[in-house]
Ligand binder design. Sequence first.
Ligand code: FMN
Length: 320
Amino acid sequence: MLVDKIFENAPTRTILAPMAGYTDMAFRHICRQFGVGLTVTEMISSKAVTMNNAVTNSMLLRSPSDAPCFVQIFGHEPDVMAQSVLSPYLSGYEGVDINMGCPVRKIVGNGDGSALLENPQLASKCISAVKQAIGNKPLSVKYRLGVSDDLGVVDFTKMCKDSGADFVTVHFRTRKQMYAGTADYSRLEQICSVGLPVFANGDICTKEQYDQLINRGAYGVAIGRGAVGKPYLFSQIANQPFCMDLLEVITLHAQMLLEVFNARVVCNELKKHVVAYLKGMRKAKSTIIAVNSSKDVQQILQLVEQFLEENPIYKRISND
Ligand SMILES: Cc1cc2nc3c(=O)[nH]c(=O)nc-3n(C[C@H](O)[C@H](O)[C@H](O)COP(=O)(O)O)c2cc1C
């Protein structure tokens, strides 16, 4: 199976779930250092790719060490989606993931993302067209349980299999739930029985959850929010030793983004990660407030440095 090849050198069957505004090239590189099995880009408009949009192209840059990495595309026109994956900006990725789960109104209103859950025939055409375009590269599909219930999810999974997907990532929430409530894994075994490798996704933030889901038949898991601020979660799942120097990681994140984006964009991207790193640390509240209102990357780094000077126990996070 193509999916086995992707994970053959990985310590665990983990995916860093795509997150717009978070899984940029720098964060993917950082998660890679902690042993994630597969990374995925933020969602990319297939239409924008075919129109050679400059902002979209900049989102497609990657660090050479970040492999294997899939590019995630969204759209609803099979021809456009197939054409997009042939772009030189996309063709270097090790595989393609199609977004059929995004619940955001603007995306659904265009017929993209989770709108395709309601139109399995069109979803099937999109999958087949992209699969044909990428040839022997792996293709995955990421979707939710359904629009407002999980009654159609097994059939949707069968459709993905019949249309040529190599594996699927299922976010075990409905579109209606957005990100609220908890993920409901009660149909996991039924979905796995379709015979397509399934990555379980939703609320996973411990090794115990990973083990449980694998024992229930998931091929692997995809982790989104659980890794933000805690990229070492992938090492914890692999039972591997790790030591994260917080200032080093944040500085690296800033430097990598500054090579590609302007300082204002980097500042906004970095803030979210820095706040996530500091969340839950004692006495971090005033630093978090200052970081959030900062408009300068260097100032953010200085704020972190100062916080760590005053609270040295947080300088290095390790499982020693
Ligand atoms: C800020 C944010 C951005 C997201 N962007 C995407 C995206 O671009 N593509 C996608 O398929 N899912 C996206 N998701 C959904 C996640 O990939 C994942 O399915 C969801 O967060 C549940 O997993 P988690 O509980 O591990 O975070 C996003 C989620 C969040 C919180």
